[in-house]
Write a protein that binds this ligand. Structure first.
Ligand code: MRU
Length: 348
């Protein structure tokens, strides 16, 4: 799944959106085709497509379908239709800021266009461009981030921040791919990532597919591998990064960062600029709560008693003091993050 060996996670084809159904991986590689923005909203909600950059582009493609679906003949009417579609797409998943970023970018394009025909054309073209740029951004980020990794490193990653979480190549896994492509010999430790196993189902699948040496561990073995010197560095993706350097990512990231601190292991985050939220404070960020059945069973098999109470947050927050550096397409920022992130955005 390197850029030349592309399985595109999400793609615009013949006025429809084609996605890999990630709920079926790794056992079945199946593509689904959507022609209606409501279908895309359902796909985001049910994790057919997931990962912050992938849902950002999927949201944009959802609005591209909406402009083609609408029969509006006046600009105001079409914008109204798009606002409604945007609301439905936006409400699917609250934590990854890339979704709002993708939707806002398309709405801006629509509002700045003059006629209904111009809106239709510009919205579709902008969404396609966002998808192409996602791959280029990940490849730049990968190259920049690869400098932080050395020959013979064993790198831990969590969840899936790979080609499947983006349009292609990946953020954290993009850095890993670029490190390998630079000639360094590396190994990866992938956490299983309960409850729905993006690590074992997706990260292990992608890395094996690309011939990258990968070892799978249960989430509960993170401390063991660190304490026994089996990990040198960590790189994860992010769903939202605040201007203060607070990182929101898949549930379990925070405990990995704490253990990394305890064992003096560098903890890096790789994320594009579209993952930064420069306005919110930690108390503003909504952590998505998912259904109990993800925890009370594995696949279709029940593994907990009926009626058990469950807490199932999809994400957690890692505070800036646990983060060694954040890799972006425009450079690596280091602590103190409030200052380095401000400088990064001022320069762009
Ligand atoms: O619930 P998911 O699978 O959408 O969560 C994905 C993650 O947490 C990823 O680590 C994050 O989106 C970064 S992806 C490049």
């Amino acid at each position: 799944m390197s850029q030349n060996n592309t399985l595109k996670t999400v793609e615009w084809k013949d006025n429809s959106v084609v996605m890999i159904d990630q709920t079926k991986l790794p056992n079945i590689l199946e593509y689904v085709t959507y022609t209606n923005f409501n279908q895309v909203a359902d796909a985001i909600r049910t994790l057919v497509v997931r990962g912050a950059p992938a849902i950002g582009v999927s949201g944009a493609f959802g609005l591209a379908l909406a402009v083609l679906q609408s029969n509006a003949t006046e600009k105001d009417e079409l914008i109204q239709f798009l606002e409604n579609a945007k609301k439905i797409l936006f409400e699917t998943r609250p934590t990854a800021v890339n979704l709002a970023w993708g939707l806002d970018k398309i709405m801006q394009t629509a509002i700045q266009s003059n006629t209904v025909d111009e809106i239709r054309n510009n919205v579709v073209e902008t969404a396609k461009k966002m998808a192409d740029e996602d791959i280029q951004i990940n490849m730049s980020m990968g190259k920049i981030g690869s400098d932080l990794f050395d020959d013979n490193d064993t790198i831990m990653t969590h969840c899936n921040a790979g080609a499947l979480a983006t349009v292609g190549y990946g953020t954290a896994l993009g850095v890993i791919r670029a490190t390998k492509d630079s000639g360094k010999k590396i190994k990866v430790i992938a956490t299983e990532t309960r409850p729905i196993q993006q690590g074992s189902r997706l990260t292990a699948f992608e890395l094996k597919h690309d011939g990258i040496d990968v070892i799978l561990i249960p989430d509960t073995a993170v401390g063991y591998t660190m304490a026994n010197g089996l990990v040198n560095k960590i790189v994860v993706g992010a769903d939202r990064i605040l201007r203060t350097g607070h990182v929101y990512n898949k549930i379990g990231t925070y405990q990995i960062a704490i253990m990394a601190k305890q064992h003096d292991i560098p903890f890096y985050v790789a994320a594009p600029l579209s993952t930064f939220d420069m306005k919110s404070n930690p108390e503003d960020v909504i952590i998505e709560q998912r259904k109990a059945s993800e925890v009370t069973g594995i696949g279709d098999k029940k593994t907990a008693p009926d009626g058990i109470d469950v807490i199932n947050p999809a994400f957690d927050m890692t505070p800036p003091e646990l983060v060694s550096g954040i890799i972006t397409e425009n450079g690596i920022v280091k602590p103190p993050f409030e200052k380095s992130i401000r400088q990064l955005f001022a320069a762009n």
